[in-house]
Design a protein around this ligand. Sequence first.
Ligand code: OAD
Length: 248
Amino acid sequence: MFDIPPKLIDKLARARRVAVLTGAGISAESGVPTFREARTGLWARYRPEDLATPEAFERDPKLVWDWYAWRRALVADAQPNPGHHALAEMQTRFEDFTLITQNVDGLHQRAGSRDVIELHGSLARIRCAREGTPVAVFPADESPPHCPCCGGPLRPDVVWFGEMLPIEALAAANDAAMACDVFLCAGTSAVVFPAADLPLIALRAGATVIDINPAETELAERVSFALHGPSGVVLPAMLAALDAVRAG
Ligand code: OAD
C-alpha cells in the first residue's frame, strides 16, 4: 500500500470541490501505451506531426486513419484499471467533482465516471473531415472511409496538434480549475497546452495541487504534493485513506 501524507488527506477530507486532470499515464496500467515514453510510447516510431495533425491527414489519410484504427482496437481490448475505478468512486465523495481528461480512450466512462470532460475528443466518434458532421456508423472496408453525405473523408473526432480544443469543454475545465479546493493531476507529462495550464490555474487560485506520476515531471516541482507512484496504486490508496479519515 502506498503511504499518503496525512496533511494531503486532511486537505482532501475537507475539500468541497475537487477537480482532476488525467493523461495517458492513467491508462498505462490497462496496457495502453503513453505518448512520450522513449521506447514504448505511441510516438516512438513516428513523429507526432506525421500522425496527429491536419497536415498529416491531408498528406497521408490512410496512415493516419490506420493508426487511429489500431489504437481503437487496442483500447477495445483494454479494461479500466484500479486508477480509473478509484476516480469513478471518488465522484461520490465530494459535493462537486469534475473529471477532465486528455485521453481519447473512454476508459474513465467504462469505469463508471460520469460527465467526463474530454479535452482532446474521443476515439469512439468520427466525423466528416470536410463538413465536421458527426457520423454514427463506422463504415468498413475503406481507409479512410467516406462521408455518406458529401463524400469527403471521415476522420477521428479527436483534437490534433494545431487545432482548437472544444470551446465548451475547455471553458468547463478552466472553471473547475479556478473554483476547486483540491486539483489532482494523474498520469500526465503536463507539457501540452492548454491542458497543462489547468494545474497552474488551480495553483494560482489557491487550490492544493497534487501530482501523481512515477516519474519526476516539471509540474512536480511546483505542486503542493508530488506522489511518485503508478496511479493504479496511488489513487486507490488515496481513496482508502480518505474514507478511513472520514469514518473517524
Ligand atoms: P504523455 O505520454 O506525455 O505522459 C504520460 C505520463 O504518464 C508520463 O509523465 C509518465 O511518466 C506517466 N506515467 C506512466 N505510467 C504511469 C502510471 N502507471 N501512473 C501514472 N503515470 C504514469 O501523455 P499525456 O500527458 O497524456 O494529445 O500527453 C498529453 C497529450 O499529448 C495527449 O493528450 C496527446 C499527446 O500528444 C494529442 O494527441 C493532441
